[in-house]
Design a protein around this ligand. Structure first.
Ligand SMILES: [Zn+2]
Length: 419
């Protein structure tokens, strides 16, 4: 009777398991508070599986992995426990407007602000505890509200305003360097660069010299660079020493081998972004950057196999570091994990490699290996649990039943008795 009443209440509050100790308003961990999680299966984020252990958390960090620790606060037996996922490529503020049409990411209406907060919430609930938004100036107040504990959401890294290649018009190398410094001043955590059109118009929109200036200046400012690139721009961005290539389709094996040799990360997409456009075509049609008629969306369907083939091609390149990024935007926030299913089911990605791409490898690509992406002492307590085993059935990624970020439990639909 007691148990059923508790479950009923939990329907109304995903934070119910936490309300007794902390109250639903708190987004920051209580200093010195100790939490013990018991688990039968833990993926450590680096490719290892640990059985029957306990994770000890103090304040926001994991302090020990100790099978004998107690008392147990959260029993996650029967679930798969792993580090919170990292999405290398989202547009967290992109939303549909009050008429249901794509409004992009720069809108500053009250509706857009609430929608952005909602995007952050559903992304966190889907198990993503860190996202890289690439980017919009509107990301900054959202990032800061989450960092200070005023809103629930994933840890956000933002590019603020991207550098959009427009050939000569983009500016001289000196002007490009000034643009990079301006983003840093505006609070950028990284720099996003558009160096090519799309898969159908793949020509470079920045010269080698312009790309060199952008990525060199970012490096001098201590910032990483994510480059939207297709075809020739992939090699050019790699030569320029940029950190990560987004999309990458139409690159040759030699381009990918050069990336592997230089340690340039690749963030390809297996389908979610296109599936989302097709699912929501009435909402995207006629909005800036999208086809003017519904017929225009038919060609997108033909692009999906090209992206699948590209991931298959990339998987064959020894040493190429492939991270997880979804390009989540209006309509796909909170459905980021669908990209795992696309990668494993449609592209032959090994399920463990898919998990690592959004854990330790994703953290490494962000320069945050010592903080996130792994379950181990000294790491941020970003811990999620799935109802199911993603190594056997990748659709388990849809069933995120427990979410802890920085030592705070935001979701616990996994109420079980201690065995
Ligand atoms: Zn994007």
């Amino acid at each position: 009777m007691m148990q059923s009443a508790r479950i009923l209440l939990c329907v109304f509050s995903v934070l119910c398991a936490n309300t007794g100790t902390r109250g639903i308003a708190a987004q920051t961990p209580s200093p010195g508070k100790r939490i013990v999680i018991a688990a039968s299966t833990v993926l450590d984020g680096k490719g290892r599986v640990v059985h029957h252990t306990r994770i000890v958390i103090e304040s926001s960090k994991i302090v020990a992995i100790d099978p004998k620790a107690g008392p147990v606060d959260y029993d996650l037996h029967g679930l798969t426990v792993l580090p919170g996922w990292i999405d290398a490529h989202v547009h967290i503020t992109w939303s549909f407007d009050k008429n249901g049409k794509n409004a992009g990411g720069g809108s500053i209406t009250p509706e857009a602000a609430y929608q952005a907060a909602s995007n952050a919430w559903v992304t966190l609930m889907a198990g993503f505890t860190t996202v890289q938004s690439v980017g919009s100036p509107a990301d900054v107040p959202l990032r800061d509200a989450i960092t200070t504990g005023h809103l629930p959401g994933p840890r956000i890294l933002t590019a603020v305003e991207p550098l959009i290649g427009r050939g000569e018009q983009t500016g001289t190398p000196e002007e490009i360097r000034a643009f990079v410094r301006k983003q840093k001043q505006a609070g950028a955590d990284l720099i996003k660069i558009f160096a090519a059109g799309g898969p159908n118009r793949s020509e470079m929109t920045l010269s080698q010299e312009q790309l060199n200036a952008a990525c060199d200046e970012a490096r001098k400012q201590g910032l990483r660079t994510l480059v939207h690139a297709y075809k020739d721009a992939v090699r050019a961005a790699t030569i320029a020493g940029c950190t990560e290539i987004e999309h990458g389709v139409l690159a040759t094996d030699d381009d990918l081998k050069l990336m592997a040799a230089k340690g340039t990360y690749l963030d390809p997409q297996a389908g979610l972004v296109w599936e989302n456009y097709l699912l929501n075509k009435e909402r995207f049609v006629g909005t800036p950057g999208y086809p003017a008629s519904l017929e225009g969306f038919a060609s997108m369907e033909k692009l999906i196999p090209m992206y699948h083939d590209f991931i298959r091609q990339a998987l064959k390149i020894p040493g190429l570091k492939i991270v997880f990024g979804t390009d989540a935007l209006a309509g796909s926030h909170g459905r980021n994990a669908e990209e795992f299913i696309d990668r494993v089911r449609d592209c032959g990605v090994d399920p463990m490699a898919a998990m690592v791409s959004a854990n330790s490898l994703g953290a490494e690509a962000m320069g945050l290996s010592d903080q996130i992406g792994t379950i181990g002492p000294g790491m941020e307590a970003d811990i999620i649990a799935l109802d199911g085993d993603p190594l056997k059935d990748i659709t388990a990624v849809r069933r995120v039943v427990f979410v802890m970020k920085g030592g705070v439990v935001y979701k616990n639909a996994a109420i079980r008795s201690i065995r």
